[in-house]
Design a protein around this ligand. Structure first.
Ligand SMILES: CC(=O)SCCNC(=O)CCNC(=O)[C@H](O)C(C)(C)COP(=O)(O)OP(=O)(O)OC[C@H]1O[C@@H](n2cnc3c(N)ncnc32)[C@H](O)[C@@H]1OP(=O)(O)O
Length: 459
């Protein structure tokens, strides 16, 4: 059965919609109203006539029409009965926010919940989750104290996460980085709908270009890897695994009631299936940002163009240490560069445009490297702290390079003043991944290399 019921319901009942503003069910109702859900919303509360000006029902059975989706925010032991009632009203999906299941050892209740749901034909996301944020279909069940939502409507990144708190923090960080979301699913204990199914659903989602998954364990390894193989042929899937160490494994057991398993086996299976494994939260975000804006690399040769000698050296160190080739330009290419550059500019890899650099030189030199056929990516370091790197001219020149380059580009630039900061943000918005350190940019470029290899079946 398609997971559409979770993303495209015509009506939603919120069970446990509290009158108290600080309670979970109340916040969920408010979020659904604020995001502008276009279908019908039915708050369910035995003690209220209306909440937020919306008519309340004492139970799901009292709703006069049928209901597609229920969001469940009542005590764990009340959830099986809610599922039964929801099924009687024709519901096909339940987002069970409530905690108190396998994550605290209450396996019996979780089994009962799933048993009832399966018997009655209802799919369950959760329990012990935040649910869904989908700015296009206007679903928001995240009971977060303030809106952490990245630029509604503009996002191309789908995030799926076993951990709600990690997921919501990722959302906040993405918003800060100016990254947009297509869909967000916190699926908690994944008693029913699992990560594999979510991958399959998102691979078909036209609004999603990159899938970023935080995973602690998988329900069914073989099935998950099959889904990963199919999904990663269509779009990049970035995977961050929690629970790599024995302490992490113990923590996973008490978080979502699951076992982390061997991370080496998991990582190599994900790689073989075409997924992009990352090893830290920072790399997770940086890689996602780069994959959503740049094409995959078709090889491993990188050209570094800088206007800061030290930055150039750190860049080539960082790149070479993670497997990139930093070939010097051929004699023919060097001659071409020499024709347009002053004699005191060091030409090589890195090529240093020095403190005299202009934005137009970055464009010209970047274009020559890009068209040379000798490299698979450009790594540019246009530091704006030198006199001729005028911010608005830099924006214009780098935007042009971005448009015309035949190979992917990542950039390193340090936000210094508010003006520089806003130029860098605009560059990111236009699709240039910009990072403040060479190491971060290098790791983000690695995701383009990994994806290129995965597409060629070389991983
Ligand atoms: C962040 C992460 O890591 S992921 C998120 C994982 N999930 C969580 O962390 C949630 C953890 N909390 C829980 O599981 C809690 O049990 C909750 C949030 C589901 C419910 O807690 P509370 O809001 O305190 O429950 P409470 O019993 O007060 O019920 C809430 C409202 O529903 C009403 N209610 C209770 N039972 C029912 C029912 N069966 N049907 C309809 N309404 C009901 C209550 O009357 C109350 O409304 P009121 O405040 O207006 O009187």
């Amino acid at each position: 059965m398609s997971l559409d019921v979770f993303f495209k319901p015509r009506s939603v009942a919120i069970v446990g919609a509290s009158r108290s503003e600080e309670k979970v069910g109340h916040v969920i109702l408010r979020r659904m109203v604020e995001i502008g859900f276009e279908g019908k919303i039915y708050p369910i509360n035995p003690n209220a006539d209306e909440i937020l000006g919306i008519k309340c029902y004492k139970s799901i059975s009292d709703i006069p029409e049928s209901v597609d989706l229920v969001v469940v925010a009542v005590r764990a032991d009340a959830t099986p009965a809610v599922i039964e009632e929801a099924a009687d009203k024709g519901a096909r999906g339940a987002l069970v926010i409530s905690g108190g299941f396998s994550e605290v050892g209450n396996w019996e209740l979780e089994r009962k919940l799933v048993e009832v749901a399966r018997k009655r034909g209802i799919r369950v996301i959760g329990p012990n989750c935040l649910g869904i944020f989908d700015p296009k279909d206007k679903i928001d069940t995240l009971f977060l104290p303030e809106r952490v939502i990245p630029r509604p409507g503009e996002g191309k990144i789908a995030v799926i996460t076993q951990s709600g708190s990690l997921g919501s923090t990722v959302l906040t960080m993405m918003r800060k980085e100016g990254m947009g979301i297509s869909k967000f699913v916190s699926y908690g204990n994944r008693a029913d709908v699992d990560e594999g199914e979510l991958l399959e659903y998102l691979m078909e989602d036209e609004d999603t270009q990159v899938i970023a998954a935080y995973i602690e364990s998988v329900a069914d390894g073989r099935k998950f890897m099959e889904s990963m193989r199919r999904a990663s042929r269509r779009k990049p899937v970035v995977v961050l695994k929690g629970g790599k160490t024995s302490s992490g494994d113990r923590a996973v057991r008490s978080h979502t009631g699951s076992m982390a398993g061997s991370s080496e086996i998991f990582h190599s299976a994900v790689k073989q299936s075409g997924g992009i494994v990352v090893s830290s939260l920072g790399e997770f975000l940086d890689s996602t940002q780069t994959l959503v804006s740049q094409p995959p690399m078709s090889g491993d040769r990188v050209a570094v163009i800088t206007n800061g000698g030290g930055f150039g050296i750190l860049a080539v160190d960082a790149l070479e240490s993670i497997g990139f080739r930093l070939n010097p330009p051929s004699e023919r290419l060097e001659r071409k560069l020499r024709e347009i550059l002053p004699p005191y500019y060091p030409v090589g890899n890195p090529t240093d445009l020095t403190g005299d650099s202009t934005p137009e030189q970055f464009l010209e030199v970047g274009s020559i490297f890009s068209e040379s056929g000798e490299y698979d990516a450009l790594f540019i370091i246009p530091l704006l702290g030198v006199p001729a790197m005028i911010p608005d001219r830099t924006l214009k020149a780098l935007s042009e390079l971005l448009k015309s380059s035949k190979i992917p580009i990542v950039a390193v630039a340090v936000p210094t003043t508010d003006e520089v900061d806003s130029i860098l943000r605009e560059l990111k918005r236009r699709g240039l991944p910009v990072f403040p350190t060479p190491e971060r940019a290098a790791y983000s470029l690695l995701s383009l290399k990994k994806y290129g290899e995965a597409l060629k079946g070389k991983s």
